[in-house]
Design a binder for this molecule. Sequence first.
Ligand SMILES: Cc1ncc(COP(=O)(O)O)c(C=O)c1O
Length: 394
Amino acid sequence: MSTPSENASNETAGTGLKSAEPGSPRPESAVESALGNFRPLIRSLKGYSAPPQGEMIAKLNQNENPYDIPAEWKDDILESMRSLEWTRYPVYDPPDLRAKLAARLGVEPDRILLGNGSNQILYLLGTALLSPGDRVVISPPTFSLFDTAARIAHGTVIPVDQDPDFSIDGPKVLAASRNARLTFVCSPDNPTGHTVPPDFLEAVCRGTSGLVAWDEAYGEFWGETAVPLIERHPNLVILKTFSKAFGLAGLRLGYLIGHPSVVAELKKVNIPFNVNLMSNLTALKLLDRPEWVAEQVARILSERNRLSGALRSVPGITPFPSAANFILMRTPDGDAVYNGLRAEGILVRPTEAHPLLKNCLRVTVGKPDENEAFLAALHRVVKKVQGSKFKVQS
Ligand SMILES: Cc1ncc(COP(=O)(O)O)c(C=O)c1O
């Protein structure tokens, strides 16, 4: 029989759990051993991160819509939520939501697949399509998740860099996509705000036996869509989201439009019940009020144009043209300007390391007072950064 003191030495204090027996692996090496089960690729990834959001004067880093839905609509939705049974799974692949979306888009409901944000659909594409070594064409600088989702799904990413003016390198993309399993095209592109002509998309669809994923997350701000092209190209899938123009980033709802047979295959891989009760109700509500969404888009566009003009007059800042709800700008020193703005309570987005994005930051169009606060801070920060650069050089 063991004495109390022997017991104590064999237990992790107060937990009742036995500590390591002599000869068993030390906790750190046990962790290492657990981590050894991960694919080396996963260990090498940096992973997505977003800075804490509290205490900011203006949060202009994630291309969100600054205009929340009216409080009465929220009350209606919450009232409906109250009457639902939260113990039950939501409706599977909600037919009412797909029907309403389909009517808005002018397509049949069986062309629509719903996702928990369009990010989830990106991962779904990778899982459903890619076998080890399958080629995936992307055009950097572009949305980083295309690369991440493809690599996690064992794809081999073939990057075809954009031209220095951020237009897509048409001939190279066409050549690379010919024998690719999947080609991503993003328009308007994130982070550049540049667009790709739908004619080019058709050429890619014709030239490849693979699937072409056209991401128009910001399409409502651009005013163009590739949806009419899906009738002609069964290998085209279009990704859209409720996170931007519809302002529902917090509820996570995205969708894909494609050929019914392609959609049916993708659905086999989709996560069941990935659209929760609240996202479903809220999306239905907004789809009944297209004029409200159009109004918010118009407000954001007018503010974007004003912000672009104002940025052009900040010494040292070069904004690039944008068809979306954000603006990419070149600064004298990306890190210093980012940190300076952050210290003033303004959160913008640093860009990926890419030679075309040297010293660039991306700013989301916010409400007028947020944009004013950003502009005032930017004037001060750039002046300071340029002053200190000048001192170092002289
Ligand atoms: C190009 C692009 N596609 C997709 C998404 C993700 O959208 P969701 O919120 O629907 O996952 C974003 C978000 O920033 C984006 O920029």
